[in-house]
Design a protein around this ligand. Structure first.
Ligand code: GLC
Length: 738
């Protein structure tokens, strides 16, 4: 494996060169040499600091523990005043006054909530993703937070797993680029600026590969797959200067990730050269007991700290056992010092030693949250995240002439569109779809609302459908708002049946039947790919809106009425059936690919192999024509870069945004290679009739892969390049590398 050091993070806020910043190092050493063993261990202990309904700390021991130096970091505490109080307990009452590090899950917004990360990934708009991360960091930092547990970069090929909503989908290249954009947005360009946060890439590693899509379940894969598919986004985040790493709950190849020397020492430290801090996930050290690799707290602490964990989130095992482990020689004090250096270094880099209260400004908090500018950004990102899955008969965009809209479905008039991991988002701030349509159509419009059915799992009551049909018959257009409750795709929210919950399909069937020639637009609010095969048969127009966040209703209206063209492309395959899962576009051909034989081929008796909607798929309100691929030659040397290009033309009558995608196939190699792999893309905007020449450069790095010995190599031979609008279509050329 080629060793990729992190020294190319020059200039990155928390990159390796900053970590070797002498001034910060001197601050840390000056402090470290004064600390007792107990105080050092206290820095390695992170506890939850949320408030109860009265505003008091829910964790009643926290103030005493902070004052006695038993806590180095608090998570789930935010608010200038609350964090200032806790900080004062540390700075003014503990012996050395070491400031606390405040962490929080600011994943896709703090108070202004942006689309869920899977939705943002569908925008393929890296600048928009970075801007969203920038805004959420500004808001979180204004509320006293120093450190966010983001980006989440878990590759996911199984939509049964609820946390697919939190990542960027199935593709390693797209997830890696998005990870970089999120780290840039979160950390900004200046370490410790009070409108930035330290980032924490998670969950290290391969949490998205839980067996059967069942939360917290076993993960087991070849090291080839781990290093080729699941690890690159982590390296990308760290190369972008990400300050910290969070370990995953799951096992990887029979070892829990939280005590995994290959992950935490060999790869992270020796190969990648990462020098920042590693924090565990919530009680993950304690869970080594449940995993069956630790008989007690002492063994769990020993294994995790010696594997490379620096901070214990919430299990309390480090504070309870490390002192004895050091005294009896099972843990070297040098290991403790190494962990504490990383923690103190981060606090120093955030400027907390100069001014522990620098992030707690009531004024900044009052000014920065939920501003009009932030809402506008959230609305734009939400509109750009939406994916037009179907538009038969050009039902969409709706026309302003539609003045009597029947808004039918359980998600038409609800603020529960923020999604899970919604930070300090407030449903009261959310623009519902009903409000968004009213805002768009003006006060003369009539919007007739009926829920029809529930979207709760197991609630199959259809008695409300008749009322809904009455409204449909009165309307000149119908918007059908269906999907999942926002807590159905989340941590601890795996689903074995990934269809529309409740009786929503029955509602859709009856509404579409009753609508006759009245246009019906179906909008989906969900946190994972769903099985939509029956709905796809029924509905002429399908818009995937994910959970769009605070500006949901306005953003959906923007797209439904064509004010913003739909431009999203799926970051994750939508299966025909859950029986296809795991399903992903960059699969291998197998020795008996479908089609080679009517029976003896890699296929099912009862369902197709192909997904209903493939990775990279998304329609527009216009049409695009792809010209033939041009290239200067069809044979290149191993060090050459091949330029390929084609012209994309907007052949429709409306403005459109197209994500032009470049895929590559290494046709014969020493290991099997995917039929296609995303290597690059361009997001272009074209007016009707306009064309643009899109140029890609196929580099040696794009052609490289891990061989069976896990070495990064490029091999000579035949390659195919495809350029198209999704992973299943496009122009293709062949070329040879000598
Ligand atoms: C949770 C999640 C992790 C999160 C942490 C703190 O269990 O797995 O992503 O950052 O605990 O809330």
């Amino acid at each position: 494996m080629a060793v990729t050091g992190l020294n190319q993070t020059a200039g990155r806020p928390f990159g390796v060169d900053q970590m070797r910043n002498l001034a910060l190092g001197e601050q840390v050493e000056a402090l470290l040499c004064q600390m007792t063993l107990e105080e050092k261990i206290g820095q390695m202990n992170q506890v939850a600091g949320s408030r109860d309904t009265t505003g008091a700390p829910a964790n009643t021991d926290i103030e005493e523990d902070v004052r006695t130096g038993r806590v180095g970091s608090v998570f789930n505490a935010f608010g200038a005043e609350f964090t200032r109080e806790l900080q004062r307990d540390a700075v003014e009452h503990s012996r050395l006054g070491i400031p606390l590090l405040f962490g929080y899950d600011i994943i896709h917004g703090f108070r202004t909530i942006f689309p869920i990360p899977l939705g943002q990934a569908a925008s393929w708009h890296l600048e928009g993703i970075e801007r969203a991360a920038r805004i959420m960091a500004k808001e979180g930092a204004a509320a006293g937070v120093h450190w966010t547990f983001a980006p989440m970069v878990d590759i996911a090929r199984d939509p049964r797993w609820g946390r697919v909503m939190e990542g960027a989908g199935e593709d390693t290249h797209l997830t890696s680029l998005i990870a970089r954009a999120q780290v840039r947005g979160i950390q900004g360009n200046e370490p410790g600026a009070t409108d930035t946060l330290a980032a924490c890439v998670k969950h290290y590693a391969a949490y998205g590969a839980v067996e059967a899509g069942r939360e917290y379940n076993t993960v087991d894969m070849s090291e080839w797959r781990l290093r080729s598919i699941y690890l690159p986004p982590f390296l990308a985040a760290l190369e972008e200067g990400c300050a910290s790493v969070m370990t995953a709950f799951n096992t990887l190849n029979a070892l829990p990730a939280t005590c995994h020397p290959l992950l935490l020492d060999q790869i992270l430290r020796r190969e990648w050269g990462f020098e920042g801090m590693v924090v565990t996930d919530y009680t993950a050290i304690m869970e080594l007991g449940q995993h069956g690799v630790a008989a007690d707290a002492s063994e769990a602490s020993r294994k995790s700290v010696n594997a490379g964990v620096d901070m214990d989130m919430q299990s309390g095992y480090f504070i309870e056992t490390l002192k004895t482990l050091v005294q009896n020689g099972q843990v070297e004090e040098t290991r403790i010092d190494e962990a504490v250096r990383r923690i103190l270094w981060l606090k120093a880099a955030l400027g907390l030693f100069e001014d522990p209260y620098r992030y707690t400004s009531d004024e900044r908090e009052a000014q920065c949250l939920l501003t009009g500018e932030n809402r506008r950004a959230a609305r734009e990102q939400a509109a750009q995240s939406m994916v037009l899955l179907k538009n038969e008969g050009n039902v969409l965009p709706l026309s302003d002439q539609h003045q009597k809209i029947a808004l039918i479905g359980p998600l038409g008039n609800t603020p529960r569109l923020l999604g899970s991991w919604r930070g300090n988002g407030d449903h009261d701030d959310t623009v519902t779809l009903r409000e968004g349509l009213a805002n768009r159509l003006g006060e003369d419009a009539v919007i007739l609302c009926a829920q029809g059915v529930s979207n709760q799992i197991g609630e199959d009551d259809t008695s409300g459908i008749e009322e809904a049909l009455d409204l449909v018959r009165q309307a000149d257009a119908v918007v059908l708002a269906l999907g999942e409750d926002e807590d159905y795709a989340d941590e601890a929210a795996s689903r074995a049946d990934i269809g529309l919950p409740g009786a929503q399909l029955e509602l859709a069937r009856r509404v579409l039947e009753a609508a006759g020639d009245t246009p019906v637009a179906t909008v989906l609010f969900n946190g994972r790919p769903l099985t939509l095969t029956e709905l796809d048969d029924l509905a002429p127009a399908l818009l995937e809106a994910w959970w769009p966040g605070t500006e949901a209703g306005n953003a959906v209206a923007d797209v439904l009425f064509g004010d913003v063209p739909p431009s999203g492309k799926l970051p994750m395959s939508f299966p025909v059936s859950v029986g296809q899962v795991p399903i992903y576009y960059n699969a291998f051909n197998t020795g008996r690919p479908k089609g080679v034989d009517p029976k003896y081929a890699s296929q099912y008796l009862d369902i197709p192999n192909a997904p209903l909607y493939p990775f990279g798929f998304g329609l527009s309100y216009t049409t695009f024509e792809y010209g033939a691929i041009e290239t200067a030659c069809s044979e290149i040397g191993p060090d050459d870069t091949l330029e390929v290009s084609l012209t994309v033309t907007n052949t429709g009558e409306r403005d459109g945004i197209e994500v032009v995608q470049l895929y590559l196939q290494d046709v014969h190699a020493s290991v099997v290679r995917p039929l296609r792999e995303l290597k690059d893309f361009r997001r272009i905007q074209l007016a009707p009739g306009a064309g643009e020449r899109v140029v890609f450069h196929i580099t040696p790095d794009m052609r490289s892969f891990l061989n069976a010995e896990l070495e990064r190599v490029q091999e000579p031979g035949l390659f195919r390049a495809q350029i198209g609008s999704c992973s299943e279509s496009g122009e293709e050329i062949e070329f040879t590398v000598t």
